[in-house]
Write a protein that binds this ligand. Structure first.
Ligand SMILES: Nc1nc2c(c(=O)[nH]1)N[C@H]1C(S)=C(S)[C@@H](COP(=O)(O)OP(=O)(O)OC[C@H]3O[C@@H](n4cnc5c(=O)[nH]c(N)nc54)[C@H](O)[C@@H]3O)O[C@H]1N2
Ligand SMILES: Nc1nc2c(c(=O)[nH]1)N[C@H]1C(S)=C(S)[C@@H](COP(=O)(O)OP(=O)(O)OC[C@H]3O[C@@H](n4cnc5c(=O)[nH]c(N)nc54)[C@H](O)[C@@H]3O)O[C@H]1N2
Ligand code: SF4
Ligand SMILES: [Mo]
Length: 689
């Protein structure tokens, strides 16, 4: 037995198991140690997880509330800070109406926090203006999944199933940098004789592992998937028995794909026709196939249709609803999955219920002890909420996001935040968004508190408190309890995570994401429990859809989709495509990881990645500072030359604020269904700086 506390990483959706051992009285109170028994990562951690304890040190984090006085953030007591927030939020509601008070959450929050934040918005503030950063993450996959299967769970199978598939197509994901311990499932797949196809405009470290790498232009995945489906039909490789028995809508989808000629697809995507044919053969020759999407195809203004097109390919080839086959999305944030199930999304109630469904409202209102008619209706999506700040929404409570760095068209959003009458931010560090706040509340972090997270497999896991938080810091649950109390709602806002979870179980009971049978004890005993799990004697559901899909008739639905260009295509003035994403050693807006020395040494700052042939035309050498100019902004960063990227495309990571922030360029064109912004495709011009 080790003396370490079993818990999980504070960062991404793999939620790697790790141990925390107390180290005594140094500035960092615990050391991260291996936890080889946890099945998902089997002991492996990436550098971010291994160094996560550094953010616990007092030098890195906030330890006292801050209140803006005469233009400056100054230390304050908890009661001053909480009273100021409650006073401003209620004053705003009185002056402008309840919907003028907004709430913005995060997919990194535990299930308990996400649940209580949604309840706070609906029961205490009674505002419809709540959404969260998960909208920027996997919302297109969620929308596509619901449209086809009637249910959205990132992966419908455990990651350990992946090596048993015959062929995996990974579309726009770079787990070698974004989920390193996951890569072993891809290498095991190949060791077992399975094939791997990677679709990415860059030859990433992940693409290096593949049997076949397709490098489309950013924003053309929908055309690519339609082209593959055309070839599947043309070569007679559809699974007619499966289509007849378990799907609906094939004829329209078939017709749409047949109207989509492979030669046209080659021209639109830039992927040579022989490679399209190879991909179809590899996928159809395999006994079972999986398609996994990540942010590449999803973060587009047509992300939902793009996901549907890839799901159509799975359905047409019989690759769904049976073992070692199917469509899945690699969820991103630590609780990207659970965060979208328990009510911080604009249209949602706990258990993945819909806010506009009378039965759902009645069930949740009964658990909350309120009149269903008192619950507000659905509100605006994340970007639309942020864009309304200072106009419709005049005061905002923000918990677990840093939109000054991570929102599309970030200069505009920073202006909107500055235009607010009042901004309160709960964070562990003084993020770029917290710097703009009127009140900043310092909260506990992962090692200092207990709570559940739901990983990319729909596995509900338990993070355990391993150390006491420093003096002066409170948990998000305590913050919500304190604020609710000031609004006269002393009851119903528990501060004990397990009590909140018990209430969440009841609120989710009978909903699509049913947690009723999951308890802290079971999670500990079983290394996590997969939802849906409706009762204590139910084993949980690692694999979905084996008997039926979650649609009313049990059949998976095809959706006929058409390709369309990116919202902003290159032209004479802005001739180059910009796409954005991640590097190994930084996480998201960098609020946490930019405070870790070892990670900054590995990834010290922003850059723009471009092909040597484009660089030559511009007269730019490796390391030169270049200006990237778009319709929305201008950034200056060092050039990084690599033949691994398409010559017509440049790539910027988005982890850094200020003059190099990639989101100064990104286009907030929204997907009509998921309201996802187009992070992965806009048009720019490069100049020597
Ligand atoms: N190191 C690190 N790991 C992380 C995170 C982090 O910030 N840093 N964040 C976590 C979160 S929240 C998320 S959502 C995941 C994201 O995980 P990923 O989706 O793997 O990450 P990205 O880098 O955003 O995008 C993946 C790939 O999409 C490619 N791409 C760009 N445009 C297109 C396109 O139009 N089509 C296709 N097919 N591909 C395209 C990029 O070149 C990139 O290699 O990572 C999680 N893990
Ligand atoms: N250009 C471009 N932009 C992107 C993307 C892209 O691919 N390209 N990807 C998008 C995606 S997928 C995502 S998920 C978003 C993420 O972008 P953000 O929402 O900005 O995510 P983080 O940087 O993780 O911000 C989380 C903040 O919450 C704090 N925090 C962490 N844990 C807690 C907690 O328990 N409680 C509280 N109160 N605070 C906490 C952290 O310190 C940090 O300041 O970025 C999006 N933006
Ligand atoms: S892969 Fe994700 S969960 Fe695992 S250690 Fe790295 S950041 Fe943490
Ligand atoms: Mo994400």
């Amino acid at each position: 037995m080790s003396d370490a506390t079993d818990t999980h990483c504070p960062y991404c959706a793999l939620q790697c198991g790790m141990g925390l051992r107390r180290t005594g009285d140094g500035p960092v109170p615990v050391a991260v140690v291996e936890r080889p028994d946890f099945p998902v990562n089997r002991g492996a951690l990436c550098g971010k997880g291994a160094s996560a304890a550094a953010v616990l040190s007092p030098g890195a984090r906030l330890t006292t509330p801050l209140v803006r006085v005469a233009g400056e953030l100054r230390p304050a007591t908890w009661s001053e800070a909480l009273e100021r927030i409650a006073g401003e939020l209620s004053g705003t509601a009185e002056r402008y109406g309840r919907d003028a008070v907004g709430v913005f959450g995060g997919g990194g929050l535990t299930n308990e926090k996400a649940y209580l934040l949604g309840k706070f918005a609906r029961v205490v503030l009674r505002t419809s203006a709540i959404d969260y950063n998960g909208r920027f993450c996997m919302s297109s996959a969620a929308a596509g999944g619901i449209r086809a299967f009637g249910l959205d769970r990132g992966l419908p199978f455990p990651v350990a199933d992946i090596p048993s598939a015959g062929c995996v197509i990974l579309v726009g994901g770079n787990p070698a940098e974004t989920m390193p311990p996951f890569v072993r499932y891809l290498t095991e797949l190949r060791e077992n004789g399975g094939r791997l196809i990677v679709v990415d405009p860059r030859r990433t470290r992940t693409a290096e592992l593949a049997d076949l790498h397709l490098a489309p232009r950013p924003g053309t995945d929908l055309a690519l998937a339609l082209g593959l489906l055309h070839l599947v039909v043309a070569e007679g490789r559809t699974d007619e028995e499966f289509i007849a028995a378990r799907t609906s809508g094939w004829e329209e989808t078939r017709a749409a794909a047949m109207a989509h000629w492979p030669e046209h697809v080659e021209a639109v995507t830039g992927v040579p026709l022989p490679q399209l044919r190879d991909a179809v053969r590899m996928f159809c020759d395999a006994e079972t196939g999986m398609v996994l999407t990540a942010r590449g195809p999803e973060q587009q203004a047509k992300g939902t249709d793009t996901v549907s097109a890839w799901i159509n390919l799975c359905l047409a080839t019989g690759n769904a609803g049976r073992p070692y086959a199917g469509y899945g999305c690699l969820t991103g944030q630590g609780n990207g999955q659970g965060g979208r199930e328990h009510g911080q999304k604009a249209d949602q109630l706990p258990g993945y219920r819909k806010l506009d469904d009378p039965a759902a409202r009645a069930h949740v209102a009964a658990v909350w002890g309120v009149d269903p008619r008192s619950l507000p209706g659905p509100g605006r999506s994340a970007y639309e909420l942020l864009d309304s700040l200072g106009r419709e929404v005049r005061a905002l409570l923000l918990m677990g996001s840093n939109p000054v760095v991570s929102a599309p068209d970030s200069a505009r959003i920073a202006d909107r935040l500055r235009g607010l009458d009042f901004l309160a931010v709960c964070d562990v560090v003084l993020s770029e968004t917290a710097e703009l706040a009127d009140v900043v509340l310092p909260v506990t972090q992962w090692a200092e508190e207990t709570g559940t997270m739901t990983n990319l497999e729909g596995r509900v896991i338990l993070r355990r408190r391993a150390v006491d938080p420093p003096e002066g810091v409170r948990s998000d649950l305590e913050v919500l309890n304190g604020l609710a109390g000031l609004f006269g709602h002393g009851e119903g806002f528990e501060t004990e995570p397990e009590k909140v979870f018990e209430e969440l179980r009841r609120a989710s009971a009978g909903g699509p994401a049913d947690y009723a049978g999951i308890s802290y004890e079971r999670i500990a005993a079983e290394e996590g429990v997969h939802w849906p799990c409706p009762s204590a004697d139910h084993p949980g559901t690692p694999r979905l859809f084996l008997d039926r899909f979650a649609t009313p008739d049990g059949r998976a639905r095809f959706t006929a989709v058409q390709h369309r260009p990116a919202a902003e295509e290159p032209d004479g003035e802005y001739p180059v495509r910009l796409t954005t994403g991640r590097v190994l050693a930084q996480y998201q807006s960098g609020a946490q990881t930019r405070r870790v020395e070892a990670l900054n040494a590995a990834a010290p700052g922003a850059f723009v990645e471009l092909h040597p042939s484009l660089a030559e035309r511009l007269g730019v050498r490796d390391g030169d500072r270049v200006a990237v100019v778009s319709r929305r902004g201008r950034t200056v960063t060092p050039a990084r030359l690599t033949a691994a990227i398409r010559p017509d495309t440049v790539f910027m990571p988005f982890h850094w604020p200020g003059e190099a922030n990639a989101n100064l360029h990104t286009n907030p064109a929204l997907d009509p269904v998921s309201r996802m912004p187009e992070f992965k495709a806009c048009a720019v011009r490069l100049e020597r700086a």
